[in-house]
Design a protein around this ligand. Structure first.
Ligand code: FAD
Length: 528
């Protein structure tokens, strides 16, 4: 069963080792977590529904509470404090494209707003109903998960859009294929959600972002069906697929998608490399990307993230290895790179040699597969740490951007620093660190994590978060970065979008939404 006010299923926990608890207490002082609102109490706060009955509609308080919020930090504060604000009036579970069409018509007749809902893993406020006099219908795709077609000759597959990461990969694996799209939220996020938010998987270096994997599909809009045919390439004017990518439920409901698939790889390895400094590590990954070494993923942690990762892991062998590293001169400025190679066994051997030789030129110490395997084992498990930290009294959040290379080094320091400064104004301590999560020939994505002792008062917590988020977002923009590399816009990034798109660009975006949804019934208040 899914947790109603946190990440993941209720049976999985991420215990924090005693050494890590001591580290956090040392940083933030004695932690004094206040209890969360009880499920039964919050359930009682769900008001009556304003929607007329429909056979596919569930208006129970449980359905409405568990679809009211996503996974952003403000969402967690709302859920854990029991101050949800607004609930959908009902949750509908279509099973076919015909059901989706019928539900859109039903919502039109009822004067309701519609929020398409995939896995609810949004971290930018995408699926939260706005406070409104009008009824809100959340349309969950969780019963639309089928593999509709597998074209082995043409290397594509068609799925219903509500399929989650594990369901999709299991269906393909039976036939020897993979999509290779692995966001950290893989366990719950869905194909439709990935497309609607322009998601990026951990191995997008090899497989491509969802933009490269999405080959066509179908979207039901208030004005009718948009059918996106698949062409390997086309010069027929602007591509309508590009409008659906990142549409965030504002134009319609993606019901099915054709994706490009690949053979399940023969071999895959993840390796660790330590660098004496951030500058040397960043130079190495830039060269790996620019020499086009065919790795499948690169993740370079800055010194603070390296230190925190080693401590939070609590593994004894890591402590011993760390001491060894210090002895040979990899001091507090050391940085950990994890890189992956995926393909045939020969490809893995060749690429490991190529990438580790570039790393060696920049002072990198290749440490084999142990660190890489530790990362691999925890790649979808790490989000469970959020639950444990919260219960200890520590809040955690992340933000991300992509920036051209000339500004990457400066921005990678300025973004965490801006978070620390913003919290300083509140006279509070924060631990902020970053890693380069996706690397390109022309730039890199900087992924920043910040942890702080959570104040007992939810308003104070939100004010702290708001100050840090705003400070980091403005710093990102000052350094020429996009407001989001992979999480999408939602409500949290919407205030920063006009600076990126320009007034004319925003006008064009709104016009496109309007042409599919003239009455503004689809997911209002998000994106633009
Ligand atoms: C712990 C954690 C780790 C994460 N890691 C990553 C990561 O590595 N990479 C990454 O890209 N993102 C990541 N995310 C963010 C999130 O998982 C992505 O944005 C994901 O694509 C959302 O998919 P979803 O199915 O959960 O969509 P939802 O959260 O349900 O919806 C997101 C948006 O998409 C719209 N939408 C959903 N389905 C449809 C549909 N069928 N038709 C039309 N619109 C639709 C919704 O209306 C909403 O606007 C992470 C989130 C968490 C909580």
């Amino acid at each position: 069963m899914k947790r109603w006010n946190g990440w993941g299923n209720v049976t999985t926990d991420y215990p924090v080792p005693t050494s890590a608890r001591a580290y956090l207490a040392n940083l933030f002082g004695a932690l004094d977590p206040q209890p969360d609102a009880a499920y039964e109490t919050v359930l009682k706060s769900v008001p009556g529904s304003c929607l007329p009955a429909h056979p596919l509609l569930d208006t129970s308080a449980d359905a409405r509470l568990t679809h009211a919020r996503g996974q952003s930090l403000p969402d967690w504060v709302a859920l854990r404090s029991g101050r949800i604000g607004a609930f959908p009036d009902g949750v509908a579970y279509p099973q076919t494209e015909g059901d989706v069409l019928a539900l859109i018509k039903y919502a039109q007749k009822a004067g309701a707003k519609v929020i398409p809902y995939g896995g609810g893993t949004s971290v930018a406020g995408h699926i939260n109903p706005a406070k409104s006099e009008l009824p809100v219908l959340t349309l969950s795709l969780e019963r639309m998960t089928r593999l509709l077609d597998l074209d082995e000759f043409g290397c594509t597959a068609v799925f219903e859009a509500g399929v989650t990461g594990p369901e999709l990969e299991q269906s393909l694996a039976k036939h020897g294929y993979t999509l290779g799209h692995f966001p950290q939220s893989h366990e719950y996020s869905t194909l439709g959600g990935w497309i609607a938010t322009r998601s990026s998987g951990q191995q997008s270096y090899k497989y491509g972002r969802i933009e490269q994997l999405f080959a066509g599909g179908r979207m039901e809009t208030p004005r009718g069906l948009i059918d996106l045919p698949h062409f390997p390439a086309s010069a027929a004017g602007p591509d309508i697929k590009e409008m659906v990518l990142g549409s965030e439920g504002r134009m319609g409901v993606i019901t099915q998608a054709k994706v490009k698939i690949r053979d399940v790889p023969e071999a895959e390895e993840f390796y660790g490399v330590f660098f004496p400094s951030w500058e040397q590590g960043a130079e190495a990954v830039r060269q790996i990307a620019q020499e086009e070494a065919p790795v499948s993923m690169l993740r370079l942690s800055n010194p603070q993230e390296t230190e925190t990762t080693l401590i939070l892991s609590g593994k004894l062998w890591i402590g011993a290895a760390d001491k060894g590293l210090r002895l040979i001169g990899y001091d507090r400025r050391r940085c950990l790179l994890v890189f992956g190679v995926t393909g045939t066994a020969a490809h893995v051997r060749r690429t490991r040699a190529q990438a580790s030789s570039i790393c060696h030129r920049h002072g990198g110490l290749f440490v084999g597969t142990v660190v890489g395997h530790t990362w691999e084992k925890s790649r979808f498990y790490a989000p469970y740490l959020r639950n444990t930290l919260w219960e200890l009294g520590v809040a955690i959040d992340t933000l991300e951007t992509a920036i051209p290379w000339p500004k990457v080094m400066e921005a990678s320091q300025a973004i965490p620093a801006s978070i620390v400064t913003a919290m300083g104004i509140h006279d509070k301590k924060v631990l902020a660190f970053a890693h380069l999560s996706h690397v390109y020939r022309d730039g890199a994505s900087i992924y920043t994590t910040f942890l702080f002792r959570r104040p007992a008062d939810p308003d104070e917590l939100l004010a702290c978060w708001q100050a840090m988020k705003q400070s980091a977002s403005l710093t990102i923009q000052r350094h020429g970065g996009t407001i989001t590399h992979q999480h999408g816009v939602g409500t949290d990034h919407a205030p920063y979008l006009p600076a990126e798109k320009g007034a004319l660009g925003m006008e064009a975006l709104r016009a496109v939404c309007k042409s599919f949804d003239p009455d503004g019934m689809m997911n209002p208040g998000k994106l633009c």
